[in-house]
Design a protein around this ligand. Structure first.
Ligand code: FE2
Length: 446
């Protein structure tokens, strides 16, 4: 046996062992020359993906265009027997079905595909029915209202995972009847390497993010470190399972905006996972905020917080995490560059709130300008504890913090006209915090 053949044999034998298809006694592991061992890559476990996955199991809604008039239905599954079209109809007419073709695209390196059907030209503020292929099951959803004249609710949070607390927070979030959920990174913790984890996250979302009236709750996301191989400074291809799902919105860049009619704009950022914080993304942010400065509600979201609640803002997270044996690339995940490049723009254009994540706590900062409390400053809400938890620092230690708690939570945002209320709700339903603001940007209210 030549060296390459022996290596391939060993690799396939090890893969079979990890996959549970062979016992150690079945495998002939002959010793290799030392130089060959050093060249051979470490064997990796072969992930067993769910079999017989139906479209209903991972079906979720999202958007790449104006949520008042569009909807995108997506799921992950095999190609064999997959539905080739989907249909929607206004719920009050039922027989006025409009069809869209289902587009299939690669889902990382798996044999499964992302299946996507986008509908445009829908009526704002309207209940719709959705049918996938020939499946008799009828799903329900609603388009966003045309104007923010009546109260509408949406939820946000991040750092979910696939455990019981992520499911618990899904359930309490769905009970709020939100029009949509913004997940600010670290969705399932697939790390760009585990399709099974990415699928499990979708299964949990699909099963539990249905409101009490049976409506699917669309999902908007921004990218986090656990979507990307290595966490920071990756390539688009390193977001192996995230971008195939969300490249409708993030077609060319891993940051973007979602404009809801003329009343709400979400500015969704990449805190250094694929796109650098400074440079092109910051130039884009300046322009994006300038174009939306007169929106009644202008909200930014990023994964790594500018004003962290767990990691001291003055200490690189890599230093802190190394105490726990966790490695991060130096300079990544500290919020330092957020504060250098983005916070001055948030303040210049006086965004109404910045949604932050990654630190796994509940936090609300004071309104801040230049890191100091200023009643006309920008509040930062976070810090990503949908399904992950850490103990935050006390406000006495980090004076920019107004309120913190060690609590699994998501935030319910209620917008009505020019009023905003942000209600942090813990997994058990307890209200952790309520804050709000009215009118134009805080800087202009004075
Ligand atoms: Fe994170």
């Amino acid at each position: 046996m030549t060296t390459p053949n022996r290596r391939a044999f060993l690799r396939s034998s090890a893969a079979a062992l990890f996959a549970g298809y062979a016992s150690a006694s079945d495998v002939d592991v002959a010793p290799l020359p030392r130089e060959s061992l050093e060249l051979a890559p470490a064997p990796r476990a072969v992930e067993a993906l769910p079999t017989n996955l139906k479209h209903q199991d991972t079906l979720f809604l999202t958007w790449s265009q104006d949520p008042t008039t569009t909807i995108t239905a997506q799921w992950v599954g095999p190609t064999a027997g997959a539905p080739v079209s989907a249909r929607v109809s206004q719920a009050n007419t039922k027989d006025d079905w409009v069809a869209a073709n289902v587009v299939q695209k690669a889902f990382g390196n798996t044999a499964m595909k992302v299946h996507r059907a986008e509908f445009t030209g829908l009526k704002p503020g309207t209940e719709y029915l959705l049918k996938i292929g020939t499946d008799p099951q009828v799903c329900r959803f609603r388009t966003m209202p045309a104007k923010a004249t009546n109260t509408f609710t949406w939820v946000s949070g991040g750092d979910c995972g696939t455990g019981p607390h992520a499911i618990g927070t899904n359930q309490i979030a769905a009970k709020q009847e939100p029009y949509f959920a913004l997940i600010g990174g670290d969705l399932g913790y697939d790390n760009g390497t585990s399709a099974k984890t990415a699928i499990q996250f979708l299964q949990n979302y699909s099963k539990y993010m249905i409101d009490p009236k049976g409506r699917l709750i669309p999902m908007v996301t921004c990218i986090g470190n656990h979507e990307v191989k290595g966490g920071y400074k990756g390539k688009r291809s390193d977001a192996t399972y995230y971008l195939p799902l969300f490249d409708g919105l993030y077609k060319d860049t891993t940051y973007g905006t979602l404009d809801f009619g003329d009343y709400l704009s979400l500015v969704l950022l990449d805190s250094g996972h694929v796109s650098a914080i400074g440079g092109a993304q910051t130039d884009w942010l300046d322009k994006a905020l300038a174009e939306r400065v007169d929106r009644p509600h202008l909200i930014a979201a990023n994964h790594v917080p500018a004003y962290p609640s767990y990691r001291p803002a003055s200490v690189p997270s890599s230093t802190l995490l190394s105490a726990f044996g966790i490695k991060e690339k130096p300079g990544s995940g500290t919020g330092t560059e957020n504060r250098r490049y983005w916070c001055p723009l948030f303040e210049k254009y006086a965004v109404d709130a910045v949604l932050e994540h990654h630190d796994h706590t509940f936090k609300r900062t004071h309104p801040l300008k230049g890191g100091h409390v200023d009643k006309y400053g920008v509040p930062y809400l976070g810090d990503g504890s949908w399904g992950q938890l850490r103990a935050p620092n006390a406000p006495e230690k980090l004076p920019y913090l107004a309120k913190v708690a060690k609590a699994y939570h998501m935030t319910v945002h209620k917008l009505e006209g020019d009023q905003r209320f942000h209600v942090a709700v813990e997994e058990n339903g307890k209200i952790a915090d309520v804050c709000g603001s009215t009118g134009k940007r805080p800087a202009k209210r004075g």
